[in-house]
Structures are given as C-alpha cells and as structure tokens.
Design a protein. Structure first.
Length: 170
C-alpha cells in the first residue's frame, strides 16, 4: 500500500498470474491410471516437471462430465493440522481420501458432482481459509476444474503423497 506504483503493479501482476494453458492433458481409463501410478511412472521426474490428477471424470450413464471434489489444504502436517483438515472436510460434508502431500494435505473426493456443484463446494471451501488454501481454490475456480499434484521430482517435491485416512460425512 505504501510502495511506489511500479512495485505495486508488479506485485498485483504476480498475484494474478495463472498458468493453466501450459499443461499437456491426457484422459486415462481408471485401470490405466492405476497401473501407471502403481508402476512408479510419476516418481522422480526432472526438476519442476509434475503430473497432476484432475477432477473431471466420465460417469457411466451421465451425459455430462462430472467432477470429483479435490482440495488443497493449507494446514501444516501434524496432529493439529490433520484434525483441522478432517473437521473442515466434515463441515463441507465431503467423503473421500486424505493424503499428506509434503508440508500439508490433499483431499480426493469420492462422490462425483456436476460443474455447478463443484463451484459451490469450492466457494464454501474458500470460506474455510486458512485451513483450505484459498489461492489454490481461486485458480481452480478460474479453470472450472480442480487439479492436485501426484508426482515427485528431485527438487521441490521428492516425497509422494502419503495416505492418511478415509473421510466420511458422519
């Protein structure tokens, strides 16, 4: 607020940067994805290369694309962070799997929802900041879908996501 106009402009430009068009996207059948994940194909990639799991799914009998709710949580790993993450997911009435993703947690929902329902879930989740990473939510809302990193590399993310617990609505 008290900086010069050029610095202020650069800070605002950096805050609004969004890089969703640089990705190469592949739709995989569930079995092929599980085979690739199990074989370690997404591990030890070159620095800064990453593979993400996206929310859009095809559900048999549904004419429209659906989404699995995904969330990037902003709490640090540990007993307090885990308890806060689980409490937030219960408050959002979501079911799925919670993973430790390095310094925080990722949530992979198990119940497909429509695009408008995903937008509502993300909007409600953003209200739970800082438990939910609000900047991540903003980027997902811009894209109209969600994505979470599942790969490892030798520089920034050397450890794969680790399963923590199954989360239910009750």
């Amino acid at each position: 607020m008290t900086t010069d106009p050029d610095t202020r402009g650069a800070l605002l430009d950096a805050a609004l940067r969004h890089n969703s068009d640089e990705a190469i996207r592949m739709r995989l059948a569930r079995e092929e994805f599980i085979d690739r994940l199990s074989s370690g194909e997404y591990e030890n990639l070159p620095p800064r290369d990453l593979v993400s799991f996206y929310s859009s799914v095809q559900v048999a009998g549904e004419p429209q694309s659906m989404h699995l709710p995904l969330l990037d949580l902003g709490v640090k790993t540990g007993p307090d962070g885990e308890a806060s993450a689980i409490a937030a997911l219960h408050a959002l009435e979501l079911r799925g799997l919670l993973f430790m993703s390095g310094r925080s947690y990722h949530f992979y929902g198990s119940d497909p929802v429509t695009a408008p329902e995903l937008t509502a879930i993300l909007g409600r989740a953003q209200l739970l900041s800082p438990i939910i990473d609000s900047r991540w939510v903003s980027h997902q809302l811009i894209d109209g879908r969600c994505g979470l990193r599942i790969s490892t590399d030798s520089e920034k993310t050397p450890d794969p996501p680790t399963f923590v617990t199954r989360v239910g609505t009750k």
